[in-house]
Ligand binder design. Structure first.
Ligand code: BJW
Length: 252
């Protein structure tokens, strides 16, 4: 691990009032959740265009539900790792420190993260495929295996779908607004994300443009690496505990 870079990040964080951490699939990798685009990424075995689009669902809902059913069972067996735990502790200790995640696994919530912003929804929630008027518009369903090969809307009995954001779909405007507001901060850390999916990846540039000190923590280079103020080449589950240990020591 890059010790100098870790010390530099800890020094920045010590004097920071507002800190935002944007997380991606790499943060859950140590928990056993496959990433999308890495060497063992989900997309290697399943093409995104085939499964994570409204068009794919319209064409073959059962195939898409099979993929989500498989992922739900896999995620249910996973627990938060040290990266999730440190980030949850930060949101508890510091009023202005936020986590914005692209992950749908909810492991940040299981770890106890406060005020989590989930940009791409949750794999544990469903909504109506036809967009019926029933309220609540999305509901939690943690059934394993899935309640049916093609789960139904609890309101109208039509097809239900996972309450996640597929390619070509708009993010929840409230989530986008809150993530954009969180981009006004002293330190912005992007971690475990390939930084290729928008609008999430755009928050890194937005934070920089508003004067944040920007940091990337990743095992590999991404399109963002050359743009940020500090890159830390390492695993999130090792880097965050190392940074936190420095912060806690300084607090003694
Ligand atoms: C580690 C590690 C360890 C490993 N420690 N690191 C602007 C420019 C270009 C395109 C667009 C644009 N604006 C919109 C678009 C189109 C599109 C898009 O971004 N396309 C690009 C791919 C080209 N965006 C959209 O369609 C979005 N909607 C939208 O913009 O609406 C407005 C609109 C509507 C209509 C028309 C036009 C505009 C929606 C995007 C939704 C993304 N959905 C998914 C699926 C969610 C549901 C599900 O999970 O099933 O979200 S796709 C998938 O990618 C998932 C992820 O959240 C997302 C990001 O992936 P992430 O987290 O970065 O994972 P990986 O695998 O890519 O990277 C892992 C990283 O971790 C790697 O870098 C590793 O090195 C690292 N790593 N182990 C630290 N231990």
């Amino acid at each position: 691990m890059a010790d100098d870079a870790i010390r530099a990040l800890a020094a920045r964080l010590r004097s920071a009032g507002r800190v935002t951490v944007l997380t991606g699939a790499g943060v859950s990798a140590a928990s056993g959740v496959p990433t999308f685009r890495g060497a063992d990424g989900l997309w290697r075995r399943f093409r995104a265009e085939t499964l994570a689009t409204p068009e794919a669902f319209a064409k073959d809902p059962q195939l898409v539900w099979e993929w989500y059913g498989w992922r739900r069972e896999l995620i249910a067996a996973c627990e938060p790792n040290p990266a999730h735990r440190v980030l949850a502790a930060w949101t508890a200790r510091h009023e202005g420190w936020r986590v914005v995640t692209q992950n749908v696994d909810d492991l940040h919530l299981v770890a106890g993260t406060r005020d989590l912003i989930r940009l791409h929804g949750s794999i544990w929630e469903f909504c109506c495929w036809d967009g019926c008027d029933g309220r609540p518009g999305r509901w939690t369903d943690t059934c394993l295996p899935l309640p049916a090969p093609t789960p139904r809307c609890i309101h109208c009995g039509g097809l239900a779908r996972p309450a996640v954001v597929w390619f070509g779909e708009s993010l929840d405007p409230g989530d986008t607004r809150r993530a954009s507001a969180a981009s006004s901060c002293d330190v912005f850390i992007a971690t475990g994300t390939s930084a290729v999916v928008y609008p999430a990846a755009g928050f890194i540039g937005e934070a920089r443009a508003r004067g944040a000190f920007s940091v990337e923590i990743n095992t590999e280079a991404t399109p963002t690496s050359s743009l940020v103020d500090l890159t830390i080449h390492g695993r999130a589950e090792e880097v965050f505990p190392a940074v936190d240990a420095l912060l806690l020591n300084a607090a003694c």
